[in-house]
Design a protein around this ligand. Structure first.
Ligand code: HEC
Length: 205
């Protein structure tokens, strides 16, 4: 392990990864591998975020909030798949949250572990750590946490204060919607980027 690697590990501080089934361990991921996972994970998640924000902005200005809901619900998953295909080394990307709107975004047990990590760090320190990395079933998973910004409240805020037409549209499309009641600054959920173990092995030598 080089000096840079040691520094990185110290700076990062929180590296947990679960090996295999239900146990999660605090075993550290070797620094070169972590660097590769971080690089690919950051590229993929920031590309996705930029793409989604641009799409949201265009939809809000050209169609207003109700139309933008339709656009989000039709395009978000497609855009997510596209970015996963475009960014080298990525197998899959998913957006997930404990309070999900789209049932397809419901967290699996490993995602739940990552979300919990962010949620608890937020409770303890008032801040979100920049990422979380896991090793699960032959892949590395990089998670980027998401915060609620003012624009998000149009569709994820307090239903009492939201545009009634928006509330109505959301009820129609997502009768079991859990993704409301947020305030600015809240932890909203995360982006999970899956990177196969072989990719990390090859790029880390
Ligand atoms: C115009 C309405 C609208 C706005 C504004 C909006 N969202 Fe959403 N959001 C949706 C819809 C509709 C879905 C469900 C469809 C999908 O994306 O899978 C969703 C889903 C999500 C998901 C995936 C998890 C889930 O609940 O299904 C996340 C994460 C998310 N939004 C975060 C945000 C953030 C962060 C912002 C602010 C930057 C934001 N949203 C702004 C409508 C909106």
């Amino acid at each position: 392990m080089g000096k840079a690697g040691v520094g990185l590990l110290t700076a990062v501080g929180f590296l947990f990864f679960s090996c295999g089934l239900n146990q999660s361990s605090t075993t550290e991921i070797p620094p070169q591998k972590l660097e590769t996972v971080k690089q690919i994970g950051e590229t993929a998640s920031t590309t996705l975020l930029k793409r989604l924000k641009k799409e949201l902005k265009t939809a809000l200005t050209s169609q207003g909030p109700v139309g933008a809901i339709e656009t989000c619900s039709k395009k978000a998953l497609t855009i997510t798949k596209e970015v996963a295909q475009e960014v080298k080394g990525v197998k899959e990307i998913k957006r997930t949250s404990f309070k999900y709107r789209n049932p397809l975004n419901k967290p699996d047990q490993y995602e739940a572990e990552a979300l919990k990590f962010f949620e608890e760090s937020m409770k303890k320190t008032g801040k979100l750590p920049p990422y979380y990395v896991q090793k699960v079933n032959g892949e590395y998973r990089y998670y980027k946490p998401l915060k609620v910004m003012p624009v998000c409240l149009i569709c994820h805020g307090d239903p009492q204060k939201m545009n009634p037409a928006v509330v109505k549209k959301l009820k129609e499309l997502y009768p079991e919607d859990k993704a409301v009641g947020y305030k600015e600054g809240d932890f909203r959920g995360g982006i999970r980027v899956s990177i196969p173990e072989e990719v990390v092995e090859k790029s880390s030598n």
